[in-house]
Design a protein around this ligand. Structure first.
Ligand code: HEC
Ligand code: HEC
Length: 370
């Protein structure tokens, strides 16, 4: 079904982080962009994907990154509900494989806990995009049919019908389950809408590869930090290309319990579902040996996406790196399966500064000579 349309990327002079402009998108990516930006896909019309995954916050939630100590989780469309996890970036997710096991360890999938496995649509990212519109604490629509109706009534509906055919929306009224994967046409249409969103998330407008790491020359300090990173971090945050990645994304797509503590501040936030005991991957795969494990996140644009870790416990990037170095006497949220690969690295304050300097080179929008 996928038509191949070659895109040309026209980069104009950038004058700030993330401001690289004028990327020309394929038809698929353009459809996805419309959906990604469409507040009409939330019940009260207050939010789109972009609300919680905005360029100004490295495609994480800008409300959180503006005030990472006090706001660690996203507000839903109802204006009350809050999730129990910090919104990760929606960029650079398109290379995660379908959730699978290698020697008893899990890799791939989407979300902090891998629950969008990719097995249904053959693409974890497209499967993920089917979630938020129907999630009661996010965009809160009643059903896939409701979402498809809203796309059919949008001002970009004609792009879908000219691409997929005039009968793309003709199936409405046929939906029988809110979020099921029954083999009916509404679900097929909803899946195709999600595939377009995934195409946009993979496009150079979001997955840009325009950081100093990609296009510039590192300073002596950044290079020293890169060496320390290779020695201490790259066993999980892989610094070489994995699978079909065009350049390193700094994740092995694995799951680890690094011992992130209970976020007491989050426990007192009204409306949140957080209970201070997030088991992560364990319940998703039905195996207590995986309890407490969360997906190794990409570190691209990491300086922009505060706060850090699945529950947003760490307000600054320096605090997060320091915790990886030395867990101190912080008790883990889930005291099972805690790795010994982090928490006792013996890094000096200078080492941490150097690693920070290296991570700072992973921010997109870098232009040489700026
Ligand atoms: C109300 C805020 C909110 C909205 C709206 C929202 N998201 Fe998210 N997003 C989150 C949170 C929070 C998570 C993490 C949840 C988890 O892991 O359990 C997340 C996770 C993701 C991930 C997974 C990243 C990873 O590394 O696993 C992607 C991709 C993503 N969102 C894309 C989207 C898209 C596409 C839309 C619109 C269809 C959207 N989001 C709408 C808050 C939001
Ligand atoms: C043994 C595997 C492993 C090693 C080694 C490791 N990390 Fe991580 N890292 C993870 C996992 C897993 C998470 C997510 C943990 C969570 O939220 O529960 C994470 C989270 C992070 C985050 C937060 C990302 C975000 O989006 O919130 C940063 C920053 C980070 N690591 C940097 C580093 C640095 C720097 C090093 C080396 C000094 C390092 N890590 C070593 C596995 C590892």
């Amino acid at each position: 079904m996928k038509k191949t349309i070659v895109y040309t990327a026209l980069f104009t002079l950038a004058c700030g982080a993330g401001s690289v402009a004028a990327v020309q998108l394929t038809v698929e990516e353009q459809m996805g962009r419309h959906v990604y930006m469409d507040k009409g896909l939330s019940l009260n019309g207050t939010q789109s994907c972009q609300t919680c995954h905005h360029k100004t916050a490295g495609f994480a939630d800008p409300t959180n990154s503006r005030d990472p100590y006090n706001t660690m989780v996203s507000l839903g469309d109802d204006g009350i509900s809050k999730g129990g996890r910090n919104a990760p970036t929606s960029a650079y997710c398109g290379f995660s494989p379908t959730l699978h096991q290698v020697d008893g360890e899990y890799f791939g999938g989407m979300f902090w806990d891998g629950r969008k496995t990719g097995e249904v649509l053959g693409d974890p990212l497209a499967e993920q995009a089917q979630g938020p519109p129907l999630n009661p604490i996010e965009m809160n629509l009643a059903s896939a049919g409701d979402a498809v109706i809203r796309v059919s009534e949008s001002d970009y509906a004609n792009i879908f019908t000219s691409y997929f055919g005039a009968d793309f929306f003709a199936v409405l009224g046929d939906d029988d389950t809110p979020d099921g994967y029954l083999d009916d046409k509404v679900d097929a249409a909803y899946a195709n809408i999600a595939r377009m969103v995934a195409a946009y998330e993979r496009s150079p407008e979001i997955t840009a590869f325009t950081s100093k790491f990609d296009t510039g020359t590192l300073t002596a300090q950044e290079t020293r930090g890169q060496g320390l990173f290779k020695a201490n971090c790259s066993s999980c945050h892989t610094d070489t290309v994995v699978g079909s990645e065009p350049a390193p994304l700094f994740t092995n797509y694995g799951y680890v319990n690094v011992g992130v503590p209970v976020n007491d501040r989050l426990l007192t936030v009204p409306g949140t579902v957080y209970d201070g005991y997030d088991l992560g991957l364990g319940p998703v795969v039905g195996d207590t040996a995986q309890n407490g494990k969360f997906k190794v996140p990409t570190l691209r644009n990491i300086t922009m996406t505060a706060p850090y870790s699945h529950n947003g416990y760490f307000t600054t990037l320096r605090e997060m790196i320091s915790f990886m170095n030395d867990r101190g006497d912080l008790a883990p949220e889930v005291n099972q399966n805690v790795t010994s690969a982090t928490g006792n690295m013996g890094l000096s304050k200078q080492d941490i500064d150097d690693i920070y300097a290296f991570l700072n080179t992973l921010t997109d929008g870098f232009t040489a000579g700026r």
